[in-house]
Design a protein around this ligand. Structure first.
Ligand SMILES: NC(=O)c1ccc[n+]([C@@H]2O[C@H](COP(=O)([O-])OP(=O)(O)OC[C@H]3O[C@@H](n4cnc5c(N)ncnc54)[C@H](OP(=O)(O)O)[C@@H]3O)[C@@H](O)[C@H]2O)c1
Length: 365
């Protein structure tokens, strides 16, 4: 039987991780319409955005309501269904769509940015979560609930970067992934699954070595040793030239650009004519950016590279389902660094803030 009250977190202020407040007797949300489902959330995973929301660094064009429930990525078991629900049954393992209402590419409008979980509207850091049946998808049948909690932002952004727009990734191409965070490692996995080469960068050789080992199972039998190559950007400043060198002297086909001002010019220079720099993040904004980078004439860099530079915003529900099928059939499993307990949520955020993480941080509810 469903309890009347539940545990959930709210963001009681946006001045840092201390703003995360655990409530132990919040009302369990009821179904609001006949097409709603109620999910008993079992796992969460964190994204950079979750941290940016509590530190008030998230620049989305919408406000974050007081006492919003944080976290966008979760997974759980359908525990109640409205009388008109046809897509799910009680017991199904599902993950909510982020943002709610982004079903097809043309839905990507401000009104849907205003439905981003754990920011504009309540997220999933709660034992129960209610949404319309159209706002969740089945996780891969071969995923655990913990693995299912990593899908909604990292994998969708990686998928969208490589497949939702032109050009689209093809076997034999090369994808340069910046850093070893959630989006980049998801992109590396999707690229290897497609038969592409991957060049990973990181500030840590230890992380690069670990990533190279964890990505091996996706490689086709007999794939050459240079299918996964790495660059320690803390040691090699000109990592754009190094990426070209590793790619046989040619620009790469795709860059997973997550660091923004501090890296975008090098990303463009690393890319071949007509290749795609898929820009999803701006993590370098949180550190000091050298003057020569700020002063660089980015327009000329883009012009003379003739690369495509495109903003990416997660992906729509239909592409999300395709991504999930690809992971399911390809047997790709998320790279999970560490799993915290629900009452350790602040520690999980701090782990991310300290930059210690690698791939995904999960939280068991
Ligand atoms: N547009 C969208 O739809 C969308 C969706 C998801 C995420 N994002 C954005 O994408 C970015 C990444 O998100 P995430 O969740 O993957 O973050 P994350 O898991 O926290 O990734 C952090 C990693 O990024 C790497 N990094 C940081 N600064 C870097 C730099 N200057 N150069 C190269 N690598 C750098 C570091 O890797 P190493 O430690 O290995 O150096 C760091 O560990 C964030 O800005 C986030 O807001 C946007």
């Amino acid at each position: 039987m469903t309890p009347r009250t539940m545990k959930r977190y709210v963001v009681s202020h946006r001045r840092g991780i201390d703003g995360l407040t655990l409530e132990t007797d919040a009302p369990v949300p009821g179904l609001r319409s006949s097409t709603d489902i109620r999910i008993n959330i079992k796992y969460l995973s964190l994204n950079a955005r979750d941290l940016q929301i509590v530190t008030n660094d998230y620049p989305a064009p919408h406000s974050v309501p007081q006492d919003v429930v944080p976290v966008s990525d979760g997974c759980g078991i359908v525990e109640a269904v409205g009388s008109d629900v046809t897509l799910f049954k009680v017991g199904d393992k599902v993950a909510p769509v982020f943002p709610q209402g982004h079903h097809f590419e043309e839905d990507l409008a401000l009104r849907n940015l205003k439905k981003g979980l754990g920011g504009a509207i309540d997220g999933v850091a709660a034992e129960y979560f209610v949404c319309d049946e159209e706002e969740a998808i089945l996780i891969p049948s071969n995923f655990t609930l913990e693995q299912g909690a990593t899908l909604a932002v990292g994998f969708t952004t990686a998928w969208s970067s490589l497949y939702s727009h032109h050009p689209r990734l093809q076997a034999g191409q090369t994808v340069l992934c910046l850093g070893t965070g959630g989006v980049s490692l998801c992109a590396a996995q999707i690229a290897l699954l497609a038969g592409a080469r991957v060049i990973l960068t990181s500030s840590s050789q230890v992380k690069l070595d670990r990533a190279s080992v964890l990505l091996q199972p996706i490689l086709a039998a007999g794939a050459p040793s240079d299918t996964i190559q790495t660059i320690d950007y803390s040691k090699i400043d000109a990592w754009d030239s190094e990426a070209r060198r590793l790619n046989g002297g040619n620009g790469v086909d795709f860059v997973i650009e997550i660091a923004g001002r501090g890296t975008i010019a090098r990303s463009v220079r690393a890319t071949k004519m007509g290749g795609l720099v898929a820009v999803s993040g701006y993590l370098s904004d949180y550190g000091s950016i050298p003057k020569h980078i700020i002063e660089e004439d980015l327009a000329k860099t883009i012009l003379y590279s003739a690369a495509n530079v495109r903003g990416v915003f997660v992906c729509n529900r239909e592409d999300f389902k395709t991504c999930v099928s690809a992971l399911e059939i390809g047997g790709v499993k998320p790279i999970i660094d560490k799993t915290f307990k629900f009452d350790e949520l602040k520690e999980a955020y701090q782990y991310m803030a300290d930059g210690k993480h690698f791939g995904k941080i999960c939280v068991e509810v």
